[in-house]
Design a protein around this ligand. Structure first.
Ligand SMILES: Cc1cc2nc3c(=O)[nH]c(=O)nc-3n(C[C@H](O)[C@H](O)[C@H](O)COP(=O)(O)OP(=O)(O)OC[C@H]3O[C@@H](n4cnc5c(N)ncnc54)[C@H](O)[C@@H]3O)c2cc1C
Length: 405
């Protein structure tokens, strides 16, 4: 079987790995000219069964080696004394199995594990495709054409495969009431291994260490009841918008924003989730954020992408490559975790960005109190109501597909 995957980040390479192992011929096309490792991207979470998927790939040691090494978090607030907590205490309840790693580092490990047996074409996208029944005829953006038995979109929140096969994104994107900006600056705060956060009403800022000791990553989240109108291709307009939305913030924010124009990796997007009733149509399927992204920064997206890639590959292998059997089975297996992940986004948004000065105060008190509480209570309070880890609790992974050439 000849499979085309669009997107070489998390879901795409995991799917490629397991399909290749089951004997499929796999090609991955990726829009960017090379692997987007950069400084490492944003920190993401590998939780529960997603750790199991990584372990079955023999990559757990490599992933553990690259885990983020944040030791303390200090929360700053307007006019109040900062409070500091150990990261381990803050993350105690997330999951028994949890690795935090930069998305780019995870993508690099997954690419390294697949690049010899999978054909990667960087700087390439799918321009058009037609499901003819017996195959999918694909035209790439360089004008070349090829036919595949299956095409999978692993191309993220703004998936091109989804647009071509399922229609415009506006039909599936559900706004969760916020915006997210991420950019890299010089390490103005001398972070060491620390994260500094600054919370104000309707805004939350965090400054993280990066792999390079002289650089820091700034994440700004803004609550907004309504969707803002801006050109998503115009970085200049987005920078102006971000400045106007944060103009009244104190602490180090004005100094951090001085470096906004120089940041080459500036990212600005709404915090939205993708809601489709079905993740496949004929011989075309979606995996990860493209099919069921719970929303950036609300947690769980990476783990559900890892598990989704594995489940799709194992259902295809179990069905002997019959997509009419495998794709509905993939849908059934992912239905509960996806439904759960859709509930998490709005719940996490309610606490991630403080809504009032009372909530700001309560957050600081919780951080102050947490280290003094017994471990089971610490775990319960930091599980974020079951949050992203609970989403994958019921997932039963099939045994790894048998090796075939
Ligand atoms: C700022 C931010 C913070 C986040 N924080 C967290 C967190 O704390 N915890 C967590 O678990 N998750 C977090 N996430 C979400 C997480 O990054 C995603 O859920 C995860 O990366 C999904 O993997 P994916 O492979 O499905 O898609 P993506 O990682 O989005 O990868 C899609 C790939 O497809 C490529 N692509 C896009 N369009 C095309 C096209 N037309 N043709 C070919 N290739 C294309 C892209 O370049 C990219 O390489 C965050 C995301 C962001 C943006």
């Amino acid at each position: 079987m000849n499979v085309l995957i669009s997107g070489a980040s998390v879901a795409g390479p995991v799917l490629a790995y397991w399909l290749r192992r089951a004997g499929y011929r796999v090609t991955v096309v990726e829009r960017t000219a090379s692997l987007r490792t950069g400084d490492g991207g944003q920190a993401v979470d590998v939780l529960g069964p997603a750790v199991e998927v990584i372990e079955r790939m023999g990559l757990l040691d490599a992933v553990e080696r690259e885990r983020t090494k944040t030791d303390v978090m200090t929360l700053h607030r307007p006019g109040k004394r900062p409070v500091t907590i150990h990261a381990a205490q803050l993350l105690a309840g997330i999951s028994d199995r949890h690795v935090e790693i930069m998305r780019g580092d995870l993508a690099a490990i997954l690419h390294e594990a697949t690049r010899e047996e999978v054909e990667y074409r960087f700087g390439t996208t799918i321009a058009a495709m037609t499901d003819t029944g017996p195959a999918v005829d694909v035209t790439f953006d360089d004008g070349t054409r090829e036919s595949y038995d299956l095409v999978v979109g692993a191309d993220g929140l703004h998936s091109g495969v989804r647009r071509l096969a399922f229609g415009d994104e506006s039909r599936y994107r559900h706004f969760l009431g916020g915006y997210l900006a991420v950019f890299t600056v010089p390490d103005l705060l001398g972070l060491g291994g620390a994260v500094h956060a600054y919370n104000a009403v309707d805004r939350a800022v965090a400054v993280y260490p990066t792999r390079r000791p002289d650089r820091a990553r700034v994440v700004i989240m803004i609550r907004s009841e309504r969707e803002l109108v801006y050109d998503y291709r115009d970085g200049g307009e987005q920078r102006r918008l971000l400045r106007s939305l944060t103009a009244d913030l104190g602490w180090e924010v004005p100094r951090l924003l001085e470096h906004l124009d120089a940041a080459e990796d500036f990212y600005f997007d709404s915090i939205s989730q993708i809601r489709l009733d079905s993740w496949s149509r004929g011989r075309i399927a979606l995996v990860g954020d493209a099919g069921y992204g719970p929303g950036p920064a609300v947690g769980g997206g990476t783990s559900i992408a890892l598990v989704g890639g594995y489940v799709l590959a194992s259902e295809l292998a179990a069905a002997g490559g019959d997509h009419r059997v495998a794709l509905p089975a993939y849908q059934r297996a992912m239905a509960e975790p996806v439904a759960h992940s859709r509930r998490i986004g709005p719940a996490v948004m309610a606490t991630l960005i403080p809504r009032s000065t009372t909530q700001l105060w309560a957050m600081a008190q919780a951080i102050r109190l947490l280290p003094r509480l017994p471990r089971p209570v610490q775990r319960r309070l930091t599980s974020f109501g079951g949050g992203p880890a609970a989403m994958l609790e019921g997932v039963q992974l099939r045994p790894a597909p048998a090796v075939s050439n």
